[in-house]
Design a protein around this ligand. Structure first.
Ligand code: SF4
Length: 382
C-alpha cells in the first residue's frame, strides 16, 4: 500500500481493479505474443497476472484476433484491455471480452473521414456502456492528430495535452466518466511535462503513466524511473506501464520493475537525476507486441545497442521498432530509424527512407549511416 500523497482523481473500475481515487497505483503490462496463438497468449497473460499485473493488454487488429481474444478471455482471470488501432469499429466486437478499451485520438482520423472525432467517440462510449468497459484515451506525442500538430508547431507537448483535453471534453459532454488518460512519448522529459500540464488542467482524471519504447534494460528502466519519480512523487499517476524490450519468457519483468519503482518512490529511494541526459546517444526500442513480424526483432535491438557503444557521446537518437503498424511513424523523429518487416528491416533517416535490408545486412548499413552523421557533425580539423 503506497503512502505517497496522490492527486484526488476519480475512481475508474477496470474489471476487478480500480484505478484512481485512493486506490494503490495499478501496474500493467502487455502481451507480446501473437494474439491468435491462444496458448502462448494465455500463458503470457497469466505470467503477467501472477507477477502482480493488475491489467493485461492484448493487441487486436482483425476479426481472427477477436475470435482468439474470446478464447483467451475464457482461459485467464486477468483484467484485459484491448488496444484499438485505426479500426475503431472493432470495439463492438472486442468489448464483450475485455474490461477496458484503449483508443488513440490520433488514429481516429484515418477511417470514415466524413465523421467527426466526437461521433466516433460517441460510438465507443455506447459500446463501453453496453459491455461494462472502461476507456483509456491514449495520446502519443508521435501520433497526435494533424490539426493539433499544426496548431502548435513549436510545442509538440502542448499539442499532445490539448488532444487529451479535447477528448476529455467530448467524454464529459457524453456524460461518460469511466475513463483514464495517458500522454506518452519515448523521452522522459516530454512524459513528465505533458502529464504535469494535463494534471494541472484536469486533476480529476486518472492518469496512466508510461514512457513508450523505453528500450532494453537497464537503460529502459532508467528512462522510465526518471519519469515516474518526477510525477508520482508529486501525486501524479494512478496506473503505470513499464515498456521494455524483452523476449517473451521475460515479459512479466515489466511488472516486477514497475512494482520495484513504486516501492522505491514510496520509501523515498530516488535513484535518478531529475532530468534525462540530452547530450548522449539515445536508443529507443519498442516493447514488442503481437504485431512483431520477425522474432529476430529483440535480438536486433540488443545488437544495435552493442554495436553503437562507440557512439555513446554523440547526441543522436536511434529508434528500433518491431512492426509496420507503428514503426514507420514512430521513427520519424529519430536521426536513424529501423522498423522490422518479415524478412527485411527498413532503415530511415528521420522521415527519409534509406532502404530495406535483410536482418544480416542491416547492422553494417546502420553503422555506415551512423558514421556519416557523426562525421557531418564533427568540425573538420584545421
Ligand atoms: S512498434 Fe509495433 S511491434 Fe512494437 S509495440 Fe508498437 S505495435 Fe507492437
Amino acid at each position: 500500500m503506497t503512502t505517497t500523497k496522490r492527486n484526488a482523481t476519480r475512481p475508474v473500475r477496470v474489471g476487478s481493479v480500480t484505478i484512481g481515487g485512493d486506490h494503490p497505483v495499478a501496474v500493467q503490462s502487455m502481451c507480446a505474443t501473437r494474439t491468435q496463438d491462444v496458448d502462448a497468449t494465455v500463458e503470457q497473460a497469466e505470467s503477467i497476472r501472477k507477477a502482480g499485473g493488475d491489467v493485461v493488454r492484448v493487441a487486436v487488429d482483425n476479426p481472427r484476433d477477436v475470435e482468439a481474444l474470446a478464447e483467451v478471455r475464457r482461459q485467464t482471470s486477468a483484467n484485459l484491455v484491448v488496444d484499438l488501432q485505426e479500426n475503431y469499429r472493432l470495439a463492438a466486437q472486442v468489448a464483450p471480452h475485455v474490461d477496458k478499451i484503449r483508443y488513440n485520438p490520433g488514429h481516429l482520423y484515418h477511417h470514415e473521414r466524413e465523421k467527426s472525432p466526437a461521433q466516433k467517440v460517441a460510438f465507443l462510449v455506447d459500446v463501453a456502456r453496453e459491455h461494462d468497459c472502461a476507456l483509456r484515451v491514449g495520446v502519443n506525442c508521435g501520433s497526435v492528430d494533424p490539426e493539433l500538430k499544426a496548431r502548435y508547431p513549436e510545442d509538440d507537448i502542448q499539442a499532445m495535452v490539448e488532444s487529451a483535453l479535447e477528448h476529455c471534453r467530448i467524454l464529459d459532454d457524453l456524460g461518460f466518466e469511466r475513463f483514464v488518460v495517458s500522454l506518452k512519448d519515448s523521452h522522459p522529459r516530454k512524459v513528465i511535462e505533458g502529464n504535469r500540464r494535463f494534471a494541472e488542467a484536469r486533476p480529476d482524471v486518472p492518469l496512466h503513466l508510461g514512457v513508450t519504447e523505453a528500450g532494453i534494460p537497464p537503460e529502459g528502466v532508467i528512462k522510465t524511473r526518471v519519469a515516474f519519480e518526477q510525477l508520482i512523487s508529486r501525486g501524479v499517476g494512478d496506473t503505470i506501464r513499464v515498456s521494455l524490450t524483452l523476449p517473451n519468457p521475460r515479459k512479466y519483468e515489466e511488472i516486477v520493475v514497475g512494482r520495484q519503482i513504486l516501492a522505491d518512490i514510496d520509501a523515498g529511494r530516488f535513484r535518478s537525476v531529475p532530468v534525462f541526459d540530452d547530450d548522449k546517444l539515445n536508443i529507443i526500442s519498442c516493447p514488442s507486441c503481437s504485431r512483431v513480424e520477425n522474432e529476430r526483432f529483440v535480438e536486433l535491438a540488443e545488437a544495435v545497442k552493442e554495436m553503437t557503444v562507440y557512439a555513446e557521446r554523440h547526441a543522436l537518437t536511434i529508434a528500433v521498432m518491431g512492426c509496420r503498424v507503428n514503426g514507420p511513424g514512430e521513427t520519424d523523429d529519430a536521426d536513424l530509424g529501423l522498423w522490422c518487416g518479415p524478412t527485411h528491416v527498413n532503415l530511415k533517416k528521420r522521415t527519409e527512407t534509406v532502404g530495406a535490408y535483410t536482418y544480416d545486412e542491416i547492422l553494417p548499413k546502420l553503422r555506415q549511416e551512423l558514421d556519416q552523421l557523426i562525421d557531418a557533425r564533427t568540425p573538420a580539423a584545421v
